[in-house]
Design a protein around this ligand. Structure first.
Ligand SMILES: [Zn+2]
Length: 312
């Protein structure tokens, strides 16, 4: 289509077309190939106006994307921007099934269908109750024939169907003592139950190469489980969804900075990352950090999308 034009004009048009069609919309922002790291795929909560993807995290180990924790809206795009491949992922973990933690899951899965993945993908998350599905129900409600919303992908959950690798969802029965949910040659993954109103929820600990990373998920901080799970963690990712002094529903669902600080200190965590940032907490970082630092003397960092935190 460039040839009928005079040479210079045609060249300029070809160059501009090449730049349109060949340049990626966002350069890959991988955590690189060195060591263990957590990349924040989504640092926001449910609100779209925060201009952040909703909750999701990716654990890299020597350039391989091994673990995904949660899949909030926008995080599938961030996963693509990170340069990761779904075929690398060993395990998918869910804290709970609020939309801001699970809404992009079908996008991750349909993308993976185009990769050359052969091995099954284990998926771990909480049990259900009368207001939330269990992990197995969640996956089957999405993909199973005949009632799944995206039953055209039922070959991914039907053991007898040919043509695809398989999703393997598991419900984790957890209390306030850490329970082993998954282990392979690279990692061990533990969970505790945490309190997030009436919504069944888990916090996760991933141990790789002698290092440990803990994700609080959404919780109001009640009970001893989270501090036990986070004990001596190298990196603790906690959710900064409310301000100090929060009351009512906000407080029944989420932990204020003082509680984050107390749990982080009691667990002797090395480094704290604050994520799940919301419109009500954005711009209040100084007062939030001050409340935490009254109790925890280590580093406190506020996360943004695609931030990479090496675990050393
Ligand atoms: Zn949330």
């Amino acid at each position: 289509m460039c040839s009928p034009r005079p040479f210079l004009e045609a060249l300029l048009i070809c160059v501009s077309l090449l730049s349109v069609f060949e340049a990626p919309p966002v350069a890959a922002q991988s955590c690189g190939t060195a060591g263990l790291a957590v990349q924040v795929l989504g640092s926001g909560g449910p609100e779209l106006q925060d201009k952040r993807a909703s909750t999701s995290y990716l654990i890299w180990d020597h350039g391989r994307a091994l673990v995904i924790v949660d899949a909030g809206g926008g995080s599938a795009l961030r996963f693509g921007e990170s340069g990761a491949q779904m075929s690398q992922v060993d395990v998918f973990l869910f804290s709970h099934f609020h939309v801001d933690h699970s809404g992009d899951f079908p996008a991750f899965i349909f993308s993976s269908w185009f990769e050359d993945r052969k091995r099954p993908l284990p998926i771990f998350g909480p049990l259900g109750n009368d207001i939330m599905p269990s992990t197995t129900e969640f996956v089957h409600d999405l993909f199973s024939d005949p009632h799944g919303a995206w039953r055209y992908l039922s070959e991914m959950v039907d053991p007898g169907a040919e043509g695809s690798y398989k999703l393997q969802p598991h419900n984790v029965v957890a209390g306030s003592t850490p329970v082993l949910a998954f282990r392979n040659s690279d990692m061990a993954v533990y969970a505790v139950r945490v309190i997030h109103g009436a919504f069944p929820s888990l916090a996760w600990r991933v141990e790789i190469g002698g290092k440990s990373i803990v994700f609080s998920g959404d919780t109001n901080g009640e009970g001893e489980g989270l501090a036990r799970l986070a004990m001596n963690a190298d990196l603790f990712v906690a959710h900064n969804a409310v301000l100090e002094g929060a009351t009512g529903l906000e407080r029944r669902l989420h932990m204020p900075p003082s509680v984050i600080g107390l749990i982080t200190a009691n667990a002797h965590v090395q480094r704290l990352v604050l994520s799940h940032r919301m419109l009500r907490t954005l711009g209040k970082e100084n007062e939030t950090a001050a409340e935490i630092k009254r109790r925890f003397s280590g580093p406190v960092i506020f996360a943004n999308d695609l931030d990479c935190f090496p675990v050393e």
